[in-house]
Design a protein around this ligand. Structure first.
Ligand code: C5P
Length: 394
């Protein structure tokens, strides 16, 4: 994944600059061509000689530096990059990038590149928490920059707080993920549902289920990263994936209304939500008083996936505890689906609440793709591979 790639590593003037040497070393050992670009301030914390000794390449420190293989530095570096990583990124460089200032070789390179940009901030915790820094980071995020949140711990000031440069391995993971991204869903519109609906009994109580929403959020995030315009209709409250339109709902009926609206013009609907099958027929206006017995009259909720039509690809999920494939197939047919993702919820490390999932994807032609245990992001990628495949044939 990393081998043969070119990473432009931007280093800004923070005490954490010395950690960039470790990052450069690990990337170089993984076969990456690391082109280091340092701001003037960064050279006060760590020498260009250290970095060039690690990478075996010249380090760019200024706009007007003559002896280098690059002709017009910022343009050629910007074009050569598969990904640009700024680690550490100071409040100053983040502010400059957010407002398009290009007054040194690093900011010029970022402005000129079309490669994805990863920012790993490191600074004093007050500077990090300052609303202007947060606003700048949000602006960059909204433009598709990947921000690796700093960690909590001892800072250079001696205080403890949030502002430590993220661990080098986390930065490398982010680079890997960004390089893995495909843009095969560009121009596509995908609606994803997530979470377990809550059906109110009274103002305090509800009937719910154990769905965490993680699978749906992974699908929404990955679909966006692969270029799709994504609407996430969710009954869970996890952190929103970047650049995804999030519509929060609570009940099955609300989810149905939101999905019906969202699928207009969509290419695919992926229902990862665990929609309650029943809801209390009447919702008590006041909290029901405790007594020795309570009878609730439940009525079936609408089957959103079965009822919705519109020429888009329909993908369902089937959480099963027995006869997984046979039951999933029945659902695929009954709901008129293109694909169904079946998982055996009795398996360890799989299903509800877990970060991993072991699934089987079945298509309407009966083809069965049995996948090993993998992270929910990886499952999302495999499901989206199939969706992209069907869209490509249309
Ligand atoms: O029938 P079952 O609930 O197992 O089907 C699961 C699939 O159907 C999931 O994709 C789920 O989101 C969807 N579903 C739905 N509306 C319901 C129940 C399930 O869209 N009322």
């Amino acid at each position: 994944m990393l081998e043969g790639k070119t990473v432009v590593l931007g280093i800004a003037g923070s005490i954490a600059a010395y950690k960039a040497a470790d990052l450069a070393s690990k990337l170089t050992q993984a076969g990456v061509g690391v082109e280091v670009v340092m701001t003037e301030a960064a050279t006060r914390f760590i020498t260009p000689l250290t970095l060039s000794s690690i990478t075996g390449r010249p380090v760019v420190t200024g706009m007007w530096q003559p002896a280098s293989e690059f002709s017009i530095e910022h343009v050629s570096l910007a074009e050569a990059a598969d990904v640009v990583v700024i680690a550490p990124a100071t409040a100053d460089i983040i502010a400059k990038l957010a407002s398009g200032i290009a007054d040194d070789i690093l900011t010029c390179t970022v402005l000129a590149t079309r490669a994805p940009v990863i920012i790993a901030p490191a600074m004093n915790d007050n500077m990090y928490r300052n609303p202007v820094t947060q606003e700048n980071l949000s602006r960059l995020k909204a433009r598709g920059f990947v921000i690796i949140e700093p960690g909590y711990g001892r800072l250079a000031s001696g205080k403890t707080g949030t502002g430590r440069l993220a661990e080098v391995d986390r930065i490398i993971d982010a680079i890997r993920q960004v390089l893995q991204r495909k843009s095969d869903l560009a121009g596509r519109q995908i609606v994803v549902t997530a979470g377990g609906t809550r059906e109110p009994i009274d103002p305090v109580r509800y009937i719910g289920n154990r769905s965490s929403g993680k699978m749906g959020y992974a699908l929404a995030g990955v679909a966006r990263e692969r270029g799709a315009k994504v609407t996430l209709v969710t009954a869970a409250s996890l952190p929103s994936p970047a650049e995804v339109e999030v519509i929060a709902v609570e009940t099955a009926l609300q989810m149905k209304r939101a999905v019906t609206r969202a699928v207009k013009g969509a290419d695919a609907l992926i229902m990862a939500a665990a929609v309650a099958d029943y809801r209390p027929e009447e919702v008590a206006r006041a909290k029901i008083k405790k007594s020795s017995r309570l009878n609730l009259e439940l009525v079936a909720t609408p089957d959103i996936l079965a009822e919705i039509e519109g020429g888009f690809i329909k993908v369902g999920f089937a959480a099963e505890s027995e006869d997984v494939i046979a039951n999933a197939r029945k659902k695929l047919e009954a709901k008129g689906l293109d694909l169904i993702v079946a998982n055996d919820i009795t398996q360890k490390d799989s299903g509800f609440g877990a970060d991993s999932n072991k699934v089987t994807i079945i298509d309407k032609n009966g083809k069965i793709e049995d996948l090993p245990l993998m992270t929910k992001r990886e499952v999302a990628d495999r499901v989206l591979d199939r969706v992209a495949g069907i869209l490509g044939k249309r």
